[in-house]
Design a binder for this molecule. Structure first.
Ligand SMILES: Cc1cc2nc3c(=O)[nH]c(=O)nc-3n(C[C@H](O)[C@H](O)[C@H](O)COP(=O)(O)O)c2cc1C
Length: 200
């Protein structure tokens, strides 16, 4: 498959940005700790408000004791394909910060925005390593919080499925195989305006 059959850019950019896409077809193969920690390292270097770095990553590798619990808190529709990932990574973000000025813990407005930047770094680094990612917002937050022991001052953002892509998609149920192709984007003109917010 050529990515350019599915995704045409309007301006010149590095291929990395269109070649990262979220397949649901994972091979079920394991990845090494070196591979896993390289994608996490890339996430570590994301920018954040005040350099607070509110993101936290809790992972379970396939066949690890925690794997069934991670898989278990995904919505059923996501579990159908995510069971072939090599790792599931719960991304949380700290919602408060202490500025050290005696005001105690104060809300950290950018915690989710910052976590999104970390996810993006992670996903692009994975792509550079020949690995695939798919973010999963469809999971049971209460169950994830309980199973993983996430404290109340951390928000649950997403679960990230990470693994080797399955090029022929043989492990995917038929209905998912058909729709497992790179998607498109809105035109830039629908997203960008000069001077004033002027969108339909
Ligand atoms: C916050 C967030 C939540 C998502 N939740 C799900 C999900 O629950 N299940 C799923 O299959 N895909 C999920 N996705 C994947 C998106 O559908 C996908 O990223 C989007 O269609 C863009 O496609 P691309 O990543 O291939 O470019 C989620 C993505 C994000 C960023």
């Amino acid at each position: 498959m050529s990515i350019h059959e599915h995704r045409r850019t309007e301006h010149e950019i590095d291929t990395l940005f269109v070649s990262r896409w979220s397949t649901r077809a994972f091979s079920g193969e394991e990845i090494t700790d070196a591979e896993l920690f390289s994608v996490l390292e890339a996430a570590r270097w994301a920018p954040s408000g005040g350099n607070v770095q509110p993101w936290r990553f809790i992972y379970a590798k396939r066949h690890s004791p925690a794997w069934p619990a991670f898989l278990g808190f995904l919505n059923e529709g996501n579990r159908r394909w995510a069971d072939k990932a090599a790792a599931l990574i719960l991304l949380t973000s700290r919602t408060t910060r202490d500025r050290g000025d005696g005001s105690g813990q104060q809300p950290l407005r950018s915690h989710s925005f910052d976590a999104g930047a970390a996810w993006s770094n992670l996903a692009h680094q994975a792509r550079l390593q020949g690995l695939s990612t798919r973010a999963i917002g469809g999971f049971d937050q209460d169950s994830a919080r309980r199973e993983v022991g996430v404290p109340p001052d951390h928000a649950l953002e997403i679960v990230i499925a990470l693994g080797r892509p399955d090029a022929n998609k043989s492990g995917l149920p038929d209905d998912l195989r058909e729709k497992d192709v790179p998607n498109d984007r809105l035109p830039l003109a629908a997203l960008v305006a000069a001077d004033r917010f002027s969108f339909a």
